[in-house]
Ligand binder design. Structure first.
Ligand SMILES: CCCCC/C=C/CC(=O)SCCNC(=O)CCNC(=O)[C@H](O)C(C)(C)COP(=O)(O)OP(=O)(O)OC[C@H]1O[C@@H](n2cnc3c(N)ncnc32)[C@H](O)[C@@H]1OP(=O)(O)O
Length: 392
Protein backbone atom coordinates (compact mmCIF):
# COMPACT_ATOMS: atom_id res chain seq x y z
CA UNK A 1 0.00 0.00 0.00
CA UNK A 2 2.82 2.37 0.90
CA UNK A 3 4.41 1.74 -2.50
CA UNK A 4 1.18 2.64 -4.22
CA UNK A 5 0.86 5.84 -2.23
CA UNK A 6 4.42 6.78 -3.11
CA UNK A 7 3.51 6.95 -6.79
CA UNK A 8 2.05 10.42 -6.31
CA UNK A 9 4.77 12.99 -6.07
CA UNK A 10 3.02 14.98 -3.45
CA UNK A 11 3.22 12.02 -1.11
CA UNK A 12 6.56 10.81 -2.37
CA UNK A 13 9.14 9.07 -0.26
CA UNK A 14 11.97 11.18 1.09
CA UNK A 15 15.07 11.04 -1.07
CA UNK A 16 16.53 14.51 -0.55
CA UNK A 17 15.64 17.22 1.93
CA UNK A 18 13.60 19.21 -0.58
CA UNK A 19 11.63 16.16 -1.60
CA UNK A 20 9.78 16.21 1.65
CA UNK A 21 8.03 19.38 0.50
CA UNK A 22 4.41 18.45 0.66
CA UNK A 23 1.39 20.54 -0.06
CA UNK A 24 -1.57 21.14 2.15
CA UNK A 25 -3.26 20.82 -1.19
CA UNK A 26 -6.55 19.50 0.02
CA UNK A 27 -6.99 21.56 3.16
CA UNK A 28 -9.02 24.30 1.62
CA UNK A 29 -10.11 27.33 3.57
CA UNK A 30 -11.06 29.48 0.64
CA UNK A 31 -12.22 32.99 1.44
CA UNK A 32 -15.98 33.29 1.64
CA UNK A 33 -15.78 36.58 -0.25
CA UNK A 34 -14.35 34.92 -3.36
CA UNK A 35 -16.52 34.49 -6.46
CA UNK A 36 -17.97 30.98 -6.64
CA UNK A 37 -16.36 30.28 -10.03
CA UNK A 38 -12.93 31.31 -8.69
CA UNK A 39 -13.31 29.02 -5.74
CA UNK A 40 -14.26 26.09 -7.95
CA UNK A 41 -11.35 26.76 -10.32
CA UNK A 42 -9.01 26.93 -7.37
CA UNK A 43 -10.37 23.73 -5.81
CA UNK A 44 -10.08 21.95 -9.15
CA UNK A 45 -6.49 23.14 -9.54
CA UNK A 46 -5.68 21.92 -6.03
CA UNK A 47 -7.06 18.52 -7.01
CA UNK A 48 -5.26 18.43 -10.35
CA UNK A 49 -1.93 19.18 -8.68
CA UNK A 50 -2.06 15.77 -6.97
CA UNK A 51 -2.27 14.05 -10.32
CA UNK A 52 0.63 15.76 -12.01
CA UNK A 53 3.94 14.10 -12.51
CA UNK A 54 6.60 15.46 -10.14
CA UNK A 55 7.24 19.01 -11.45
CA UNK A 56 10.52 19.40 -9.53
CA UNK A 57 11.31 21.15 -6.27
CA UNK A 58 11.47 24.68 -7.67
CA UNK A 59 7.97 24.40 -9.09
CA UNK A 60 6.70 22.70 -5.92
CA UNK A 61 7.94 25.68 -3.91
CA UNK A 62 6.16 28.11 -6.26
CA UNK A 63 2.94 26.12 -5.91
CA UNK A 64 3.35 25.94 -2.14
CA UNK A 65 3.90 29.67 -1.83
CA UNK A 66 0.93 30.56 -4.03
CA UNK A 67 -1.29 28.12 -2.17
CA UNK A 68 -0.36 29.61 1.22
CA UNK A 69 -0.77 33.17 -0.08
CA UNK A 70 -4.13 32.31 -1.64
CA UNK A 71 -5.51 30.69 1.50
CA UNK A 72 -3.77 32.53 4.37
CA UNK A 73 -2.51 35.79 2.86
CA UNK A 74 1.03 37.19 3.37
CA UNK A 75 3.56 35.07 5.26
CA UNK A 76 2.77 35.45 8.94
CA UNK A 77 4.92 32.82 10.67
CA UNK A 78 8.42 33.21 12.14
CA UNK A 79 11.36 32.43 9.90
CA UNK A 80 12.65 28.88 10.57
CA UNK A 81 16.21 28.39 11.75
CA UNK A 82 19.03 28.19 9.24
CA UNK A 83 19.44 24.42 9.68
CA UNK A 84 15.76 23.73 9.10
CA UNK A 85 16.40 23.61 5.35
CA UNK A 86 13.03 22.48 4.08
CA UNK A 87 10.86 24.77 6.13
CA UNK A 88 13.21 27.66 5.45
CA UNK A 89 12.93 27.08 1.68
CA UNK A 90 9.14 27.00 2.00
CA UNK A 91 9.10 30.09 4.20
CA UNK A 92 11.39 31.98 1.76
CA UNK A 93 9.12 31.12 -1.17
CA UNK A 94 5.99 32.24 0.66
CA UNK A 95 7.60 35.35 2.13
CA UNK A 96 8.87 36.37 -1.33
CA UNK A 97 5.26 36.92 -2.42
CA UNK A 98 5.10 39.93 -0.08
CA UNK A 99 1.65 41.48 0.01
CA UNK A 100 0.33 39.87 -3.16
CA UNK A 101 -3.47 39.86 -2.77
CA UNK A 102 -5.12 36.50 -2.05
CA UNK A 103 -7.23 36.71 -5.23
CA UNK A 104 -4.15 37.26 -7.43
CA UNK A 105 -2.33 34.38 -5.74
CA UNK A 106 -5.34 32.16 -6.32
CA UNK A 107 -5.46 33.11 -10.00
CA UNK A 108 -1.69 32.61 -10.39
CA UNK A 109 -1.99 29.19 -8.76
CA UNK A 110 -4.77 28.17 -11.18
CA UNK A 111 -2.75 29.44 -14.18
CA UNK A 112 0.40 27.66 -13.05
CA UNK A 113 -1.41 24.35 -12.59
CA UNK A 114 -3.05 24.75 -16.02
CA UNK A 115 0.30 25.31 -17.68
CA UNK A 116 1.80 22.31 -15.87
CA UNK A 117 -1.19 20.13 -16.84
CA UNK A 118 -1.03 21.08 -20.50
CA UNK A 119 2.72 20.58 -20.74
CA UNK A 120 2.41 17.13 -19.19
CA UNK A 121 -0.54 16.42 -21.50
CA UNK A 122 1.31 17.49 -24.60
CA UNK A 123 4.23 15.25 -23.70
CA UNK A 124 2.05 12.19 -23.26
CA UNK A 125 -0.98 12.59 -25.48
CA UNK A 126 -1.70 12.42 -29.16
CA UNK A 127 -1.29 15.73 -30.99
CA UNK A 128 -4.29 17.16 -32.81
CA UNK A 129 -4.24 16.13 -36.41
CA UNK A 130 -1.65 13.41 -35.96
CA UNK A 131 -1.98 10.71 -38.57
CA UNK A 132 0.30 8.08 -37.15
CA UNK A 133 0.73 6.17 -33.96
CA UNK A 134 1.69 8.20 -30.90
CA UNK A 135 2.67 6.85 -27.52
CA UNK A 136 0.57 7.97 -24.59
CA UNK A 137 1.62 7.05 -21.09
CA UNK A 138 2.47 3.54 -20.00
CA UNK A 139 -1.07 2.77 -18.89
CA UNK A 140 -2.96 4.59 -21.61
CA UNK A 141 -1.94 4.30 -25.25
CA UNK A 142 -3.42 6.87 -27.58
CA UNK A 143 -3.08 6.45 -31.34
CA UNK A 144 -4.58 8.30 -34.25
CA UNK A 145 -4.69 6.84 -37.70
CA UNK A 146 -6.99 6.85 -40.73
CA UNK A 147 -9.55 9.09 -39.08
CA UNK A 148 -9.79 7.01 -35.91
CA UNK A 149 -8.37 8.03 -32.54
CA UNK A 150 -7.98 4.95 -30.36
CA UNK A 151 -7.64 5.29 -26.59
CA UNK A 152 -6.48 1.98 -25.17
CA UNK A 153 -6.39 1.06 -21.49
CA UNK A 154 -3.02 -0.66 -21.17
CA UNK A 155 -2.71 -2.22 -17.74
CA UNK A 156 -3.45 -5.82 -18.62
CA UNK A 157 -1.78 -7.30 -15.53
CA UNK A 158 -4.30 -5.37 -13.40
CA UNK A 159 -7.18 -6.12 -15.77
CA UNK A 160 -7.02 -2.48 -16.91
CA UNK A 161 -8.23 -1.12 -13.57
CA UNK A 162 -8.32 2.69 -13.79
CA UNK A 163 -5.96 4.62 -11.50
CA UNK A 164 -6.47 8.29 -10.62
CA UNK A 165 -3.64 9.11 -13.02
CA UNK A 166 -5.48 7.23 -15.79
CA UNK A 167 -8.76 9.09 -15.13
CA UNK A 168 -6.83 12.29 -15.63
CA UNK A 169 -5.11 10.99 -18.75
CA UNK A 170 -8.39 9.81 -20.26
CA UNK A 171 -9.85 13.29 -19.71
CA UNK A 172 -6.87 14.80 -21.53
CA UNK A 173 -7.04 12.21 -24.31
CA UNK A 174 -10.74 12.91 -24.88
CA UNK A 175 -10.14 16.65 -24.91
CA UNK A 176 -7.37 16.19 -27.49
CA UNK A 177 -9.49 13.79 -29.55
CA UNK A 178 -12.39 16.23 -29.63
CA UNK A 179 -10.09 18.70 -31.43
CA UNK A 180 -7.97 16.42 -33.61
CA UNK A 181 -8.57 15.49 -37.27
CA UNK A 182 -10.10 12.12 -36.49
CA UNK A 183 -13.70 11.39 -37.33
CA UNK A 184 -14.49 8.87 -34.62
CA UNK A 185 -12.97 7.99 -31.25
CA UNK A 186 -12.68 4.51 -29.80
CA UNK A 187 -12.08 3.31 -26.24
CA UNK A 188 -10.83 -0.24 -25.78
CA UNK A 189 -8.69 -2.42 -23.50
CA UNK A 190 -5.47 -4.36 -23.97
CA UNK A 191 -5.35 -7.99 -22.85
CA UNK A 192 -8.10 -10.32 -21.70
CA UNK A 193 -10.18 -7.65 -19.90
CA UNK A 194 -11.83 -4.53 -21.25
CA UNK A 195 -11.59 -2.98 -17.78
CA UNK A 196 -12.05 -4.06 -14.16
CA UNK A 197 -13.38 -0.62 -13.20
CA UNK A 198 -12.04 1.74 -10.64
CA UNK A 199 -8.66 0.69 -9.23
CA UNK A 200 -9.65 -0.03 -5.67
CA UNK A 201 -6.27 1.12 -4.44
CA UNK A 202 -7.41 4.64 -5.40
CA UNK A 203 -9.10 4.47 -2.03
CA UNK A 204 -5.97 3.69 -0.03
CA UNK A 205 -5.55 7.41 0.56
CA UNK A 206 -9.05 7.46 1.95
CA UNK A 207 -8.14 4.72 4.36
CA UNK A 208 -4.98 6.44 5.49
CA UNK A 209 -6.23 9.74 6.93
CA UNK A 210 -7.40 13.20 5.87
CA UNK A 211 -10.45 11.25 4.77
CA UNK A 212 -12.88 13.97 3.85
CA UNK A 213 -10.43 15.99 1.78
CA UNK A 214 -9.32 12.92 -0.15
CA UNK A 215 -12.88 11.87 -0.84
CA UNK A 216 -13.66 15.36 -2.06
CA UNK A 217 -10.77 15.30 -4.52
CA UNK A 218 -11.82 11.88 -5.86
CA UNK A 219 -15.38 13.17 -6.25
CA UNK A 220 -14.24 16.21 -8.26
CA UNK A 221 -12.16 13.96 -10.51
CA UNK A 222 -15.05 11.55 -11.08
CA UNK A 223 -17.43 14.38 -11.91
CA UNK A 224 -14.99 15.94 -14.40
CA UNK A 225 -14.33 12.52 -15.92
CA UNK A 226 -18.00 11.70 -16.55
CA UNK A 227 -18.68 15.28 -17.74
CA UNK A 228 -16.11 14.71 -20.49
CA UNK A 229 -18.06 11.72 -21.79
CA UNK A 230 -21.33 13.67 -21.66
CA UNK A 231 -19.82 16.55 -23.64
CA UNK A 232 -17.72 14.57 -26.11
CA UNK A 233 -18.72 15.97 -29.52
CA UNK A 234 -17.76 13.19 -31.96
CA UNK A 235 -19.02 9.62 -32.33
CA UNK A 236 -17.57 7.65 -29.41
CA UNK A 237 -17.38 3.89 -29.73
CA UNK A 238 -16.51 1.24 -27.13
CA UNK A 239 -14.72 -1.86 -28.38
CA UNK A 240 -15.35 -4.19 -25.45
CA UNK A 241 -12.72 -6.87 -25.90
CA UNK A 242 -13.44 -8.76 -22.65
CA UNK A 243 -15.15 -8.52 -19.26
CA UNK A 244 -16.15 -5.06 -18.07
CA UNK A 245 -16.73 -4.08 -14.44
CA UNK A 246 -18.03 -1.04 -12.55
CA UNK A 247 -17.49 2.35 -14.09
CA UNK A 248 -16.39 0.84 -17.41
CA UNK A 249 -19.92 -0.61 -17.71
CA UNK A 250 -21.93 2.37 -16.50
CA UNK A 251 -20.15 4.72 -18.90
CA UNK A 252 -21.27 2.63 -21.87
CA UNK A 253 -24.64 4.37 -21.75
CA UNK A 254 -22.86 7.54 -22.86
CA UNK A 255 -21.24 5.94 -25.93
CA UNK A 256 -22.72 6.08 -29.43
CA UNK A 257 -22.01 2.42 -30.23
CA UNK A 258 -20.80 -0.49 -28.12
CA UNK A 259 -19.30 -3.52 -29.88
CA UNK A 260 -18.57 -6.51 -27.69
CA UNK A 261 -16.74 -9.80 -27.96
CA UNK A 262 -18.89 -12.77 -26.95
CA UNK A 263 -16.34 -13.26 -24.14
CA UNK A 264 -17.32 -9.95 -22.58
CA UNK A 265 -19.45 -9.74 -19.45
CA UNK A 266 -20.99 -6.67 -17.84
CA UNK A 267 -20.90 -6.39 -14.07
CA UNK A 268 -21.79 -3.52 -11.74
CA UNK A 269 -21.26 -4.87 -8.20
CA UNK A 270 -21.97 -1.57 -6.46
CA UNK A 271 -23.91 -2.94 -3.50
CA UNK A 272 -21.24 -5.60 -2.89
CA UNK A 273 -18.73 -2.75 -2.69
CA UNK A 274 -20.92 -0.56 -0.49
CA UNK A 275 -21.17 1.92 -3.37
CA UNK A 276 -23.84 3.30 -5.69
CA UNK A 277 -24.13 3.83 -9.46
CA UNK A 278 -22.19 6.44 -11.40
CA UNK A 279 -21.64 7.39 -15.06
CA UNK A 280 -25.29 8.57 -15.31
CA UNK A 281 -26.36 4.91 -15.22
CA UNK A 282 -29.01 5.58 -12.54
CA UNK A 283 -30.84 7.57 -15.21
CA UNK A 284 -29.75 5.97 -18.50
CA UNK A 285 -30.02 2.27 -17.58
CA UNK A 286 -33.69 2.31 -16.46
CA UNK A 287 -34.59 4.30 -19.59
CA UNK A 288 -32.61 1.94 -21.78
CA UNK A 289 -33.55 -1.46 -20.38
CA UNK A 290 -36.57 -0.73 -18.20
CA UNK A 291 -36.44 -0.32 -14.40
CA UNK A 292 -36.66 -4.03 -13.57
CA UNK A 293 -33.59 -5.08 -15.54
CA UNK A 294 -31.67 -1.92 -14.59
CA UNK A 295 -32.27 -2.54 -10.90
CA UNK A 296 -31.14 -6.15 -11.21
CA UNK A 297 -27.80 -4.82 -12.45
CA UNK A 298 -27.38 -1.69 -10.40
CA UNK A 299 -28.83 -2.81 -7.05
CA UNK A 300 -28.26 -6.57 -7.05
CA UNK A 301 -25.09 -6.66 -9.16
CA UNK A 302 -26.36 -9.19 -11.69
CA UNK A 303 -23.62 -9.90 -14.23
CA UNK A 304 -24.82 -9.91 -17.86
CA UNK A 305 -23.38 -11.91 -20.72
CA UNK A 306 -22.66 -10.01 -23.94
CA UNK A 307 -25.82 -11.49 -25.48
CA UNK A 308 -27.93 -10.35 -22.51
CA UNK A 309 -26.39 -6.87 -22.57
CA UNK A 310 -27.21 -6.66 -26.28
CA UNK A 311 -30.80 -7.72 -25.63
CA UNK A 312 -31.06 -4.93 -22.99
CA UNK A 313 -29.77 -2.27 -25.40
CA UNK A 314 -26.47 -1.69 -23.58
CA UNK A 315 -24.49 -3.33 -26.39
CA UNK A 316 -24.98 -2.55 -30.08
CA UNK A 317 -23.71 -5.85 -31.49
CA UNK A 318 -21.86 -8.96 -30.29
CA UNK A 319 -19.14 -10.68 -32.35
CA UNK A 320 -17.47 -14.08 -31.90
CA UNK A 321 -14.22 -13.54 -30.04
CA UNK A 322 -12.22 -15.27 -32.80
CA UNK A 323 -13.21 -12.66 -35.40
CA UNK A 324 -14.00 -9.77 -33.05
CA UNK A 325 -11.05 -7.48 -33.79
CA UNK A 326 -11.14 -7.97 -37.57
CA UNK A 327 -14.87 -7.52 -37.93
CA UNK A 328 -15.12 -4.52 -35.61
CA UNK A 329 -12.16 -2.62 -37.04
CA UNK A 330 -13.39 -3.20 -40.60
CA UNK A 331 -16.70 -1.70 -39.57
CA UNK A 332 -15.04 1.23 -37.79
CA UNK A 333 -12.83 2.03 -40.77
CA UNK A 334 -15.96 2.29 -42.91
CA UNK A 335 -17.67 4.55 -40.34
CA UNK A 336 -14.60 6.78 -40.15
CA UNK A 337 -15.07 7.64 -43.82
CA UNK A 338 -18.59 9.02 -43.32
CA UNK A 339 -18.91 12.82 -43.49
CA UNK A 340 -17.63 13.99 -40.07
CA UNK A 341 -19.79 17.08 -39.76
CA UNK A 342 -22.99 15.18 -40.45
CA UNK A 343 -22.07 12.65 -37.75
CA UNK A 344 -21.21 15.34 -35.20
CA UNK A 345 -24.42 17.24 -35.88
CA UNK A 346 -26.55 14.11 -35.60
CA UNK A 347 -24.87 13.26 -32.31
CA UNK A 348 -25.37 16.82 -31.10
CA UNK A 349 -29.10 16.80 -31.82
CA UNK A 350 -29.54 13.57 -29.91
CA UNK A 351 -27.30 14.52 -26.96
CA UNK A 352 -28.49 18.12 -26.60
CA UNK A 353 -31.97 17.00 -25.66
CA UNK A 354 -30.56 15.41 -22.52
CA UNK A 355 -27.29 17.18 -21.83
CA UNK A 356 -28.44 19.34 -18.96
CA UNK A 357 -30.22 16.43 -17.35
CA UNK A 358 -27.13 14.22 -17.69
CA UNK A 359 -24.90 16.82 -16.00
CA UNK A 360 -27.40 17.09 -13.15
CA UNK A 361 -27.56 13.30 -12.79
CA UNK A 362 -23.76 13.11 -12.77
CA UNK A 363 -23.55 15.74 -10.02
CA UNK A 364 -26.14 13.94 -7.93
CA UNK A 365 -24.56 10.50 -8.35
CA UNK A 366 -21.16 11.87 -7.36
CA UNK A 367 -22.57 13.60 -4.31
CA UNK A 368 -24.21 10.35 -3.14
CA UNK A 369 -21.00 8.41 -3.81
CA UNK A 370 -19.01 10.91 -1.80
CA UNK A 371 -21.01 9.83 1.25
CA UNK A 372 -20.84 6.13 0.31
CA UNK A 373 -17.04 6.20 0.15
CA UNK A 374 -17.00 7.24 3.81
CA UNK A 375 -19.34 4.43 4.88
CA UNK A 376 -18.21 1.35 6.80
CA UNK A 377 -19.76 -0.82 4.08
CA UNK A 378 -17.54 0.69 1.42
CA UNK A 379 -14.37 0.94 3.51
CA UNK A 380 -14.69 -2.72 4.58
CA UNK A 381 -15.29 -3.92 1.01
CA UNK A 382 -12.25 -2.06 -0.30
CA UNK A 383 -10.08 -3.28 2.57
CA UNK A 384 -11.23 -6.84 1.95
CA UNK A 385 -10.26 -6.63 -1.71
CA UNK A 386 -6.92 -5.00 -1.02
CA UNK A 387 -6.05 -7.55 1.62
CA UNK A 388 -7.00 -10.24 -0.94
CA UNK A 389 -9.76 -11.68 1.20
CA UNK A 390 -12.45 -10.92 -1.37
CA UNK A 391 -12.97 -10.90 -5.08
CA UNK A 392 -16.11 -10.32 -7.08
C1 LIG B 1 -11.92 8.93 -9.48
C2 LIG B 1 -12.42 7.69 -8.84
C3 LIG B 1 -13.79 7.37 -9.25
C4 LIG B 1 -14.38 6.14 -8.63
C5 LIG B 1 -15.50 5.66 -9.45
C6 LIG B 1 -16.11 4.42 -8.93
C7 LIG B 1 -16.29 3.38 -9.72
C8 LIG B 1 -16.94 2.14 -9.22
C9 LIG B 1 -16.35 0.90 -9.79
O1 LIG B 1 -15.69 0.86 -10.80
S1 LIG B 1 -16.74 -0.46 -8.89
C10 LIG B 1 -15.77 -1.75 -9.60
C11 LIG B 1 -14.45 -1.87 -8.96
N1 LIG B 1 -13.82 -3.07 -9.45
C12 LIG B 1 -13.81 -4.21 -8.78
O2 LIG B 1 -14.35 -4.33 -7.70
C13 LIG B 1 -13.05 -5.35 -9.42
C14 LIG B 1 -12.09 -5.97 -8.46
N2 LIG B 1 -11.38 -7.05 -9.12
C15 LIG B 1 -11.78 -8.35 -9.07
O3 LIG B 1 -12.76 -8.69 -8.48
C16 LIG B 1 -10.94 -9.33 -9.82
O4 LIG B 1 -9.63 -8.84 -9.90
C17 LIG B 1 -11.48 -9.59 -11.27
C18 LIG B 1 -12.81 -10.34 -11.16
C19 LIG B 1 -11.66 -8.30 -12.04
C20 LIG B 1 -10.46 -10.47 -12.02
O5 LIG B 1 -10.20 -11.65 -11.27
P1 LIG B 1 -9.01 -12.64 -11.75
O6 LIG B 1 -8.94 -13.75 -10.77
O7 LIG B 1 -9.18 -12.97 -13.18
O8 LIG B 1 -7.69 -11.73 -11.69
P2 LIG B 1 -6.97 -11.15 -10.40
O9 LIG B 1 -7.95 -10.86 -9.33
O10 LIG B 1 -5.82 -12.03 -10.03
O11 LIG B 1 -6.46 -9.73 -10.94
C21 LIG B 1 -5.16 -9.56 -11.49
C22 LIG B 1 -4.52 -8.38 -10.79
O12 LIG B 1 -5.30 -7.23 -11.05
C23 LIG B 1 -5.66 -6.58 -9.82
N3 LIG B 1 -6.95 -5.93 -10.01
C24 LIG B 1 -7.99 -6.33 -10.75
N4 LIG B 1 -8.99 -5.47 -10.68
C25 LIG B 1 -8.61 -4.49 -9.85
C26 LIG B 1 -9.23 -3.31 -9.38
N5 LIG B 1 -10.47 -2.94 -9.77
N6 LIG B 1 -8.53 -2.52 -8.55
C27 LIG B 1 -7.28 -2.83 -8.17
N7 LIG B 1 -6.62 -3.97 -8.59
C28 LIG B 1 -7.29 -4.77 -9.43
C29 LIG B 1 -5.70 -7.72 -8.84
O13 LIG B 1 -5.60 -7.24 -7.52
C30 LIG B 1 -4.52 -8.54 -9.28
O14 LIG B 1 -3.38 -7.88 -8.79
P3 LIG B 1 -2.11 -8.71 -8.25
O15 LIG B 1 -1.65 -9.51 -9.43
O16 LIG B 1 -1.15 -7.67 -7.81
O17 LIG B 1 -2.63 -9.57 -7.14
Amino acid sequence: MAQRLAKHWCLSAIRSPLQVISFPALQLHVSGTAMRADQKDFENAVTRVKLLKDPGNEMKLKLYALYKQATEGPCNVPKPGVFNLINKAKWDAWNALGSLPKETARQNYVDLVSSLSSSSASSSQVKPGADKEQQGSENLVVTSENGITKIMLNRPTKKNAITTQMYQEIILALKAASKDDSTITVLTGNGDYYCSGNDLSNFTDVLSGEIEEKVKSIAILLRDFVDCFIDFPKPLIAVVNGPAVGISVTLLGLFDAVYASDRATFHTPFSQLGQSPEGCSSYIFPKMMGPAKAKEMLIFGKKLTAGEACAQGLVTEVFPDSTFQTEVWTRLKAYSKLPPNAMRISKQIIRNMEKEKLHAVNAEEVSVLQERWLSDECINAVMNFLSKRAKL
